[in-house]
Design a protein around this ligand. Structure first.
Ligand code: BGC
Length: 758
């Protein structure tokens, strides 16, 4: 894997640097989390602040929530997430904010008829293990946003998957800090390559949706630095997002958006971050505390229980409880981001511009094709021969489309929504519908198998499905599990009796394939009775075509799981969301007709969530507890085979791991060899950690040498007392494998002691 930010480290190593600390320091200088100031952005922001009136400064530090804003600001608002009026006399543009994790969002079609290209879910992009695709997706979204006159994108979701059931896992990048950090960083870099702003979100530990606005997430600080914060840190260094969105929840007692340690100490002081912190929508709870503890902009202010950064902040500045210097700092940070991203010098057009949707659909298709993971392929059932005569598709509306995840990230995709089911209850009901993108697997499969009879049944009647698949060359059950922002599922089982449907079909036809459309793991009680399983995630607006191409071998499956699939819920650190009791109590009060004003929390009483697993997230937890998951992190099959040889480890003041990858099969394909290094956390636990990976495409028989330079922080422990990163001198076991727990090649690195600033 090539990290551009490692250039300084590598140069130093090549120059023969042997003193550990300076090498680490040079790497950190190259890694600085602040956006580049090559443009003189700091000086320009300073000059603007000096030229601004108090009213103008106050105008920039809060955004309107267009659906609720009264009175409307002078420049028309686009129905979307946020709006900050610009200051034309100083050339400061109006900030138009849209959600954009997987495409320019348009939840519940608030802008009638406005479509955009929908990428697969972010977790599918993570499954590509291909940073280039993450960049391309971001660049595509940014181009569409600009053409639609948006200039601030609420993207870059990177909360680590701690719980397999988290409702928003589909919007994130899995459970590993290195993988998530690199992929989010590249995505953000892609968005901002359009001279607009991307956020990174939600800072930090917004790891579940149940009670997200009231819960207090408790974790050891060093463990947080070694896990979730490391993901943010790596992504921030690579992507240089102009803005960081703080989360709804509390972290160790204080709301994330008024958390001095998170915002001032970690982000701004330790990481030297120069952009601005914007709140999540409705995540602000105070004026003075939030302002002094690091929040720079209150987002969608009408969603807070009071408008803390509007007149209240003006009052606080007047009475000195928030010094003018701090208001200036808030404004300077916003302007720095706006200038440094290029937005100030290259304003977005005044009116919507044409978009090359056909070209953008190709980007979505490439991401889907590389993100789909082949989980099981007994007897090489796939790829399916083009000579197949009878193929039966069942379920999940596979005749018309593919499922997407719900919430603020929902894209109204090109082609519209052939199936859209409104919600009748739950926290997501006001802004989410169960939505299918118009990408029909049925049509795509028919197009690739013109000689075959390809039919579809909705799956509502398992007996009819079993009858229909008898004698078919392949039975394909499309299984679905919808996930959404604002809610966690209370069960990880497939809904709607789909397990029974799969069992019935598999019993009737030995050539049964399950194509899973889900935001993450589901329980698979039928796993041993089904020969082939494909995880398509939510595959985006070209998902049908991507699935069909994989089925017939037009493209070799090369996705790998960015998240562990547990065999049962009790294998995970928490088998269900914390706060379910509080959620149910609020629901009961509501059904009993209680007229309390529920606000953002929906009336859920505050509760705490403990994260005793600390830094040992995901596959590290399973290894520590010696639990064998259903499918491990990093896992994914191909239609060919790959082998590894010639391990070469260079230790000392840095760590480089080299090896050869050979395609030993008969077909071309792509592999993702993974380097894991065993290291000790601050908490004293030892675990193999993903230290590098690379996606390699190889022709049959071809061998390629791969060399991975390891970011020392991935193998370091965080010393809160220093504070800083520490690598102890000694021997570090290294493995190269096809997935977490695989030990295809084994060796040991001898490392010098390293220490460095946070
Ligand atoms: C979500 C954010 C989103 C914001 C604006 C919040 O509910 O947590 O991710 O950017 O809404 O739509």
């Amino acid at each position: 894997m090539r990290f551009p930010q490692h250039a300084a480290l590598i140069a130093a190593l090549l120059a023969g640097a042997s003193l550990a600390a300076p090498v680490f320091a040079q790497q950190q200088a190259a890694n600085s989390a602040q956006p580049s100031s090559a443009s003189g952005a700091e000086a320009r922001a300073d000059a603007l602040v000096r030229a601004m009136t108090l009213e103008e400064k106050l105008q920039l530090v809060h955004s309107y929530f267009p659906p609720l804003a009264k009175p409307q600001p002078p420049i028309a608002m686009i129905p979307s997430a946020g709006h900050v009026p610009g200051i034309p006399r100083l050339g400061i543009p109006t900030l138009r904010e849209s959600d954009a994790s997987l495409g320019v969002a348009n939840q519940v079609e608030q802008r009638k008829g406005d479509v955009a290209t929908a990428l697969p879910a972010s977790i599918a992009t993570a499954a590509t293990f291909n940073p280039r695709l993450a960049y391309e997706g971001g660049a595509m979204i940014g181009a569409e946003a600009r053409a639609k006159t948006f200039n601030i994108l609420l993207a870059g979701g990177i909360n680590l998957t701690r719980d397999p059931w988290n409702g928003r896992n589909f919007e994130y990048l899995g459970e590993d800090p290195l993988l998530a950090g690199v992929m989010a960083g590249e995505h953000i870099k892609g968005v901002q390559s359009n001279a607009i702003v991307s956020t990174i979100k939600h800072f930090a530990l917004n790891s579940q949706e149940t009670g997200r606005t009231v819960l207090d997430a408790r974790i050891d600080r060093a463990a947080l630095r070694e896990s979730d914060l490391l993901a943010f840190q790596i992504a921030t260094e690579i992507g240089k997002p102009a803005s960081v969105m703080c989360a709804y929840n509390k972290v160790n007692g204080d709301y994330a958006c008024e958390n001095d340690w998170l915002l001032n100490t970690v982000l701004k002081q330790d990481w030297g971050y120069k952009g601005w912190v914007m709140s999540d929508w409705g995540a602000v709870h105070s004026t003075q505390k939030a302002a002094m503890n690091g929040l720079d902009q209150d987002s969608g202010q009408e969603l807070d229980d009071a408008m803390y950064f509007d007149k209240a902040l003006a009052g606080a500045v007047k009475d000195g409880s928030v010094p003018m210097a701090r208001l200036d700092d808030m404004v300077r940070r916003i302007l720095f981001g706006v200038i440094d991203s290029g937005l100030m010098d290259k304003p977005v057009p005044d009116s919507a511009q044409p978009i090359d949707y056909a070209a953008h659909a190709e980007v979505a298709q490439r991401a889907a094709e590389e993100g789909i993971v082949l989980l099981k392929n007994k007897g090489d059932l796939l790829p399916l021969a083009k000579t197949a005569k009878k193929i039966v598709l069942i379920g999940a509306h596979a005749d018309v489309g593919v499922l997407s995840g719900g919430g603020s990230s929902q894209v109204r995709s090109v082609g519209g929504a052939p199936v859209e089911i409104p919600l009748t209850k739950g926290a997501a009901a006001s802004f989410a519908r169960i939505t299918w993108h118009a990408s029909s697997p049925l049509q795509a499969i028919r197009a690739l198998a013109p000689q075959a009879s390809v039919t579809y049944l909705d799956g509502s009647d398992p007996k009819a499905a079993a009858k229909a698949v008898r004698g078919a060359d392949m039975a394909i059950v499309f299984a679905w599990a919808w996930r959404t922002e604002a809610q966690d599922p209370e069960s990880m089982a497939l809904p709607d009796q789909q397990d029974a449907l799969i069992e019935a079909v598999a019993a009737a036809n030995a050539k049964t394939l399950v194509v899973l459309e889900s935001g993450g793991p589901v329980l698979m009680p039928w796993v041993d009775r089904v020969p082939a399983i494909l995880s398509a995630w939510y595959p985006g607006q070209r998902g049908g075509e991507a699935i069909a191409r994989i089925l017939f071998g037009g493209v070799d499956p090369s996705g790998r799981l960015p998240i562990t699939f547990p065999a049962s819920v009790d294998q995970a650190p928490r088998s269900e969301p914390a706060g379910l009791a509080e959620l149910h109590a609020a629901d009961a009060r509501r059904s009993a007709g209680n007229k309390t004003v529920y606000g953002m929390s929906g009336g859920v009483a505050p509760f705490t969530v403990d994260y005793p697993e600390g830094a040992e997230v995901g596959y590290r937890w399973y290894a520590a507890k010696q639990r064998k998951p259903l499918f491990p992190f990093g896992y994914g099959l191909t239609y060919t085979r790959f082998s590894y040889a010639n391990l070469k480890i260079e230790g000392g003041a840095g760590l480089t791991v080299g090896f050869d990858v050979t395609n030993t099969g008969k077909r071309a394909g792509a592999d993702v060899p993974q380097v894991y290094v065993e290291a000790k956390s601050a908490a004293g636990t030892r675990a193999y950690r993903l230290a590098g990976f690379e996606k390699v495409s190889l022709a049959p028989g071809e061998t390629r040498h791969v060399s991975v330079t390891v970011d020392p922080r991935v193998i370091a422990r965080f010393d809160e007392a220093a504070p800083g990163w520490k690598v102890d001198a000694g021997a570090y076991p290294v493995v190269v494998g096809h997935f977490a727990g695989d030990t295809a090649l084994k060796g040991t690195a001898m490392l010098d002691a390293l220490s460095a600033r946070p």
